[in-house]
Write a protein that binds this ligand. Sequence first.
Ligand SMILES: [Zn+2]
Length: 264
Amino acid sequence: MIGCPACGEATRDRRRWSGLSFYECEFCRVLFVHPQPGGEELAAAYRSCYYPADPTAGAVYRTTPPALGERLLSCLIRHRIVPAGGGRLLDFGCGVGDFARTAMAAGIEVDAIETDDLARDAAARRGVRAWRTLDELERARGSGAYDVVTLLDVLEHVREPLRLLQILRRVLRPTGALYLSAPNYQSVQARLLGARWDQATNPTHLFLFSPRSMRHLLMAAGFRMAWLSCALRDPTVGTPQGLLSVLLQHLRLSATLRVVARPV
Ligand SMILES: [Zn+2]
């Protein structure tokens, strides 16, 4: 039996896709890597997949493109998740700071956290107030400082998602909201591609979520959640695919789960 790192329940040795080292928790249904790679192995994976030391080498996986970040911010403002006219936002896992800069340009006061040294330095050079750890941030800002915390495709990367969400709940104002996106292993893409799905083969992904496992995790961390009702699409994608994307969002079969969670 293996302890599920997301919910703590013991689960039997079950692989979801042959050849991949994900186990499925029989209780909360999250998929998780076991054992998790060590720090050096993970750092090397980030170098090759996201932040190559030689910028001309090109990354294997792209982070949230700026145009998508702008649409996301408009959606968050329209749904009053980000207060109109400003507010304070924490972008956890800011990468090189694209979304943080979009929010700053809209008049929002932004702090960011990025554990990868190379990415954080790049974000700081671009004017983003980027911290290394939540501990450092909390010492400087205290508890209950933020109207919004964003986790854009981050939760699948962290070692202890439940613990992270519990801490983020603390840094939020009681009336604040958490917005997060994460890959959906019950999506059409995942079902069709199986072990060839790029989200499953990404060596920096330690967890994969389904609608059920996401809801379970957020409830355990002290949040009530709702699916974000405006389906976002990449502006480079044409209308027919855009409509399909909206439909898949409503059926919870989309590649990305989009969630708004508020402290209970
Ligand atoms: Zn579990």
